[in-house]
Design a protein around this ligand. Structure first.
Ligand code: 2HA
Ligand code: ZN
Length: 274
């Protein structure tokens, strides 16, 4: 048996949260992170889990996640404190057999609750679990500065954000070949934004929440953090380009993207290559 805080997945979770904080994407209590724990990882830490707590409504139904355990950041908790005080900032929650309630089994001490974005996270875990055959396990939301800035000046269209972000760094289409989706401004934390986001996540691994931040999904901590980092780096370049000049003198062309796709063996949807 292993202590929760000694488990590899917990160390990975804490490291990712801290990396996000160090990037400046988690002012105050901004952002949230969840991880769908593997069965064998649950077994490792089972002795330390407390299953006597009460059930709380998730606020939506996620039947596809019945009986699954998640690590989640806490509502109102600061990413800046995750590394120094994980048991206060994070928790492990279990979803019930109907996919309608959760209970806290570890952490979130002193009456804390999991992230306010729990409905969005769980609905998107459900979608991604099904589409990827269980491979995706991480959902991450951060307040990435340059991505947010772009949502004030670019049309809020998937094809515009995808194409502009792809053009800013040659590796972008290899890192997110499906592109990115855009959710118009919506009230955070509720079921509506969860539904709108999970529709986009059927097609993409990244959704941009207008005037709010990035929401993304991946197989593991490195890939998911790397995805958000790549999108934000590309947005930073675009902010710099737009700040210097309203026009680009040259860029990566549609045919350049087609050549790249061939050599890197990725499929780039034609809808983004016109
Ligand atoms: O404060 O980022 O979207 C947490 C959030 C809500
Ligand atoms: Zn947020």
């Amino acid at each position: 048996m292993m202590k929760v805080l000694e488990a590899g997945f917990m160390k990975g979770f804490i490291h990712m949260a801290d990396q996000g904080f160090l990037q400046g994407w988690h002012e105050r209590n901004g952002g949230n992170l969840t991880y769908r724990i593997k069965e064998e990882e649950v077994e490792e830490i089972k002795e330390e889990l407390d299953l006597t707590g009460e059930w709380h409504p998730i606020g939506t139904t996620v039947k596809g996640l019945a009986g699954e355990y998640f690590v989640a950041t806490g509502s109102g908790k600061y990413f800046s404190n995750v590394l120094s005080n994980p048991k206060d900032s994070l928790g492990i929650v279990l979803v019930d057999e109907n996919g309608e309630n959760y209970k806290i089994c570890w952490g979130l001490e002193n009456g804390a609750r999991p992230t306010s974005e729990l409905p969005s996270h769980l609905m998107n875990h459900e979608v991604k679990k099904e589409i990827t055959g269980g491979e995706h396990r991480v959902i991450y939301h951060c307040h990435a500065t340059n991505v947010i800035a772009l949502t004030f000046v670019l049309p809020l269209k998937d094809e515009v954000f995808t194409r502009q972000l792809w053009e800013m760094a040659t590796e972008c289409p290899v890192v997110f070949p499906d592109g990115v989706g855009v959710v118009p401004w919506m009230v955070p934390g509720g079921r509506d934004i969860a539904v709108a986001t999970s529709k986009l996540m059927k097609k993409y691994d990244v959704a941009i929440w207008a005037h709010h931040g990035i929401f993304c999904s991946g197989k593991d901590f490195d890939l998911t953090f790397g995805l958000a980092h790549t999108v934000e780096k590309s947005a930073e370049i675009l902010v710099k380009v737009l700040s210097m000049s309203p026009v680009k003198l040259q860029t990566i062309t549609s045919d350049n993207f087609r050549d790249l796709a061939k050599d890197f063996k990725v499929t780039l949807p034609e809808e983004f290559l016109n």
